[in-house]
Ligand binder design. Structure first.
Ligand SMILES: [Zn+2]
Ligand SMILES: [Zn+2]
Ligand SMILES: [Zn+2]
Length: 89
């Protein structure tokens, strides 16, 4: 993977960790998810684009919160939706 960062990612100084290892929106509707991502603006944990509902990217679009972190145990990376930028930490 490339390590192409952006101003949004650089402005993240403390990584927000997931409060719970579940998608807040999938839980409400009884859906399933594949992987989890945590929004670095508001801290909500939602599901990835491999999940049927893609709640994390929907959240990024509707709120314009740009950066998510992987909430998967052992994964340490950030992704910015508007810039399609990725960085490990
Ligand atoms: Zn960015
Ligand atoms: Zn979800
Ligand atoms: Zn958010």
């Amino acid at each position: 993977m490339s390590d192409r960062t952006c101003a949004h990612i650089e402005s993240v100084t403390t990584i927000k960790q997931p409060q719970q290892l579940e998608c807040a929106e999938c839980v409400k509707i009884g859906s399933n998810w594949v992987h989890l991502r945590t929004c670095q603006t508001c801290g909500v944990t939602l599901c990835c684009d491999s999940s049927p509902r893609r709640h994390a990217s929907a959240h990024a679009r509707t709120t314009t919160h740009p950066v998510i972190a992987s909430a998967q145990p052992g994964e340490q990376w950030l992704y910015c939706y508007p810039d399609d930028a990725f960085a490990e930490y």
